[in-house]
Design a protein around this ligand. Structure first.
Ligand code: ADP
Ligand code: MG
Length: 300
């Protein structure tokens, strides 16, 4: 493409909230045959909310809330924010006052799994099944049932364990964006195939994918694994775009032929991407590809 054509298209994109960094992405986007989408915050609204919670093994409610709030209060994860908000409502304490969180020692983030730490001499784990398995916390049939029932309803479960025993769990929903299925089926009509890659579990990921009409799913994938999936697709000879919003998507955004970041996402993702969708609307994935197709066909 001539520098002028690129400049015109870049300007046109910008006026529609599609920021294209440099001419490279514009010259590649029309070749895209596969688009890989992150789940949370990309296909879903990204504002998770707890819809149910349950205490197990007769754990005292107030203590369970305190400890969960303490651990998740240290996490930046959207799921953690939803859990903290819900646990505050569950507890009888008045959290509107400036109540001090219980101090957490040895706080650790386990990417794609959850968090851990110590409150006093008690060990706390808050996260998914994988985290519980990693720390040899048995779930038991009651907890397993709570998890599978909710995952089948496209909910993500967060389990809290104290001293190696499950104390309670939360079920979280994050609805699919209203435009998602329309955009995905339009992409299919453009001969572009759709893939989802997520750190979340298979059951939740599959039901979200079904709702959005996504053709292929990879679940329980860590951030570097997301980049590996992109490279695998590229090795099959297809030009790949990745759409994501989180820190955990940045290696994949960088690995893709065209990385598209959701504008409402994290700075790290925006930095790693070639194109930024400022309106955070999935329709703009089509806008970006269209812009590239038109620019490149005018030149040829
Ligand atoms: P995604 O790829 O969908 O954006 P992440 O890689 O951020 O998801 O997280 C994957 C999974 O790890 C989550 O679905 C959740 O089960 C678990 N997880 C990560 N961080 C936390 C946390 N702070 N609290 C509870 N669960 C967490
Ligand atoms: Mg995300």
């Amino acid at each position: 493409a001539t520098p002028t054509a690129v400049m015109v298209a870049t300007g046109k994109g910008a006026s529609q909230g599609v920021l294209i960094k440099g001419g490279g992405a514009l010259q590649k986007a029309h070749k895209v045959k596969t688009i890989v989408f992150d789940k949370t915050g990309t296909l879903t609204v990204g504002k998770p909310a707890v819809v149910s919670s349950e205490l197990f093994s007769n754990y005292p409610l107030e203590d369970f809330c305190d400890i969960t709030i303490a651990a998740e209060g240290n996490s930046e994860h959207p799921l953690a924010k939803a859990v903290v908000e819900h646990a505050k409502k569950l507890s009888r304490k008045d959290w509107s006052e400036d109540v001090q969180f219980t101090e957490v020692k040895d706080f650790q983030v386990h990417a794609g799994a959850g968090v851990s730490g110590k409150v006093g001499d008690r060990t706390i784990l808050v996260g998914n099944k994988r985290l519980m398995r990693e720390f040899n916390v048995p779930l038991g049939s009651e907890v397993e049932k709570y998890i599978s029932t909710n995952e089948d309803l496209a909910r993500t479960c967060v389990v809290a364990a104290i001293d190696g025993k499950v104390a309670g769990a939360f079920a979280v929903t994050d609805p699919v964006k209203p435009e998602a299925s329309r955009v995905i089926s339009f992409l299919h009509s453009m001969n572009i195939s759709s893939v989802m890659v997520t750190g979340d579990n298979w059951a939740t990921a599959s039901s979200i994918a079904r709702e959005a009409g996504i053709q292929k799913v990879f679940a329980e994938v860590d951030p570097l694994g997301k980049a590996d999936k992109i490279k695998e697709l590229q090795l099959q000879g297809t030009t790949v775009a990745m759409v994501g919003d989180g820190i955990n998507d940045s290696p994949a955004l960088a690995a893709a032929d065209v990385g598209m970041a959701i504008g409402a996402g994290t700075d790290v993702a925006i930095e790693a991407a070639d194109i930024v969708l400022m309106k955070s609307n999935l329709e703009d994935v089509v806008t970006a590809i269209d812009l590239s197709r038109k620019t490149m066909s005018r030149i040829r």
